[in-house]
Write a protein that binds this ligand. Structure first.
Ligand code: PGA
Ligand code: ZN
Length: 437
């Protein structure tokens, strides 16, 4: 038993210069510290990000209330509890809030505490954080019900064999809400599927990114302007051109598209769903039905080396998602982000309805580490792949790198390979890679 002796939160800034919550948790001399990330293209089912809304400070984006909730409400509640029992700590956090989307105390307040306690738990055990996450994941109680496996993927083991390096899924071209609406789709990404190990994969990714910058500049596009996650943000004529540039960049890097590196898309379709259809600003406001969107995605899979599509349809278009999965689920990863919001209940619904075959895992969509690990456990039990993801608003906090390794995430999506809030994670993965066999 290692007792919590100090819990302290403060407000500091994220990569967009917006306030966020940092929490320190101590047991005697040992301290764990973590900072909460923040999304821009958020799903409506995510845990609440509590903001002060007083226009005087930071245009209402301050997080002093969330900070006060940690210091005034959660601190007295948690002092003297055992920090090595993450599940019990998280259960207390969830109970103290008591609302479905953590609106009372704020998902940002809860997550800051949950992450800081995880760091402290690792320090107290004297193990690296990824090892601690592996222990937490492996000691989750079994699922009460094992849901039917996804129709298109074999069920995987409930407990992964051990920590392992995830494959990076790296942003190359940014659009949508992350880059001022230059193109509709939010990310065109590259995955170094043929790389023998993580360091080599990272080097390939950097090479592809640099070749892409040169290609864009040579064609008169802004080869240096980057979006929130460090991907290039050129004003291309359309979504298709973005994919074509990334394919060309893979070739220019001396790699084989489809064999060495493949393409992933984050369509983030929720954010151009206008209530009637999918409205593509880059195509003069053309409005596509769900089926027309599916046709479009199928045509692209036929034409380009695409192996993963995230949020190809909107967060509440369940019928569309069923048809999307039936049509394309045997060909590519269909990743639910806004659709599932790392929420066990929504994921369970998706599994039962045969929707998607992969889930994006974002810790602040749900608000505690234990709930995050439960979502990964449920996903894996149904054969879904787990893509551990950063947010568009990030910091130097690299917790998700350890989470992805410890809970054996299949892929990790951090953004691009520029901007230090992204590199904090890629570099942490390089350190961890040295420790794994
Ligand atoms: P967000 O973007 O952090 O702005 O939500 C990331 C994503 O959609 O995957
Ligand atoms: Zn997304």
């Amino acid at each position: 038993m290692i007792r919590l002796t100090r819990l302290f939160a403060r407000e500091l800034l994220d990569s967009r210069g917006r306030p966020t919550v940092e929490v320190e948790a101590s047991a005697g001399e040992l301290t764990g510290r973590a900072i909460v990330p923040s999304g821009a293209s958020t799903g409506k089912w995510e845990a609440c990000e509590l903001r002060d809304r007083d226009s005087a400070r930071y245009d209402g984006l301050g997080v002093r209330q969330a900070v006060a909730h940690v210091n005034d409400i959660l601190r007295p509640l948690l002092l003297e509890t055992d920090v090595s029992d993450q599940a019990a700590v998280d259960q207390r956090l969830v109970a103290a809030d008591g609302t479905p989307q953590k609106t009372r105390l704020g998902g940002n307040a809860l997550l800051g505490v949950s992450l800081a306690v995880a760091h402290l738990g690792a320090a107290a055990r004297g193990v690296p954080l990824f090892q601690h996450f592996h222990t937490l994941y492996s000691s989750l109680p079994p699922l009460a019900d094992r849901p039917l496996p996804a129709p298109l993927a074999p069920p995987g083991p409930l407990v992964p064999p051990g920590p392992r390096m995830p494959l990076p899924m790296t942003n190359m071209i940014s659009g949508g809400l992350h880059a001022g609406g230059n193109i509709d789709f939010q990310d065109v990404l590259a995955i170094p599927v043929g790389a023998p190990d993580y360091p080599t994969g990272l080097e390939w990714i950097v090479r592809i990114y640099n070749r892409l910058g040169r290609l864009l500049a040579a064609d008169g596009y802004e080869g240096r302007l980057v979006g929130d996650e460090g991907g290039f943000g050129p004003r291309l004529p359309g979504n298709r051109e973005a994919v074509e540039y990334v394919v060309k960049a893979i070739e220019k890097a001396g790699l084989r598209p489809g064999a060495d590196a493949t393409i992933a898309l984050d369509v983030a379709a929720t954010h151009f769903w206008d209530g009637n259809g999918y409205r593509l600003a880059s195509e003069r406001g053309t409005c596509l039905s769900s089926d027309q969107m599916i046709d479009r995605l199928e045509e692209w899979i036929d034409r380009y080396p695409i192996t993963s599509i995230e949020d190809g349809l909107a967060e509440d278009d369940w019928e569309g998602w069923e048809r999307l999965t039936r049509r394309l689920g045997h060909r590519v990863r269909l990743v639910g982000d806004d659709l599932f919001t790392t929420n066990v209940e929504r994921l369970r619904t998706g599994i039962q309805r045969g929707v998607a075959n992969s889930v994006l895992i974002k810790i602040n969509q749900i608000g505690t580490i234990t709930e995050t690990l439960r979502a990964m456990q449920l996903a894996r039990s149904a054969g879904y792949t787990c893509v551990v993801s950063a947010r568009s608003g990030e910091t130097e906090d690299a917790t998700i790198a350890d989470l992805a390794v410890g809970a054996a995430g299949d892929l990790i999506k951090i953004g691009s390979i520029v901007r230090s809030e992204r590199l904090a994670k890629y570099n942490q993965l390089l350190r961890i890679a040295e420790l794994l066999p």
